[in-house]
Design a protein around this ligand. Sequence first.
Ligand SMILES: [Zn+2]
Length: 92
Amino acid sequence: MDAYEAKFGNLTILNYTCRMCKKSYALKVKTEDYTDYCNSGKLIQNCFPYLSAGERELIISGICDTCFTDMFKDEESEPEENMPESYEYPQQ
Ligand SMILES: [Zn+2]
């Protein structure tokens, strides 16, 4: 994953680039939490309870909240009746 970390005292800045939109995100976590996450195998939500679900997703999968939401939106909003069995004329 395209990530680097920078330590500032007891804080660690994790920089992630979303692999979908290529935007960079900086997540500020406690260094001890990050060490714990890397070494203990604890669940990420237990290590970083102060991060949003989207921020944790970025750490886990490298996909930012925006892209992650988009992915699910596409999946759920695709009505099956609009999927042609045979073929489809171009709309434009
Ligand atoms: Zn993204």
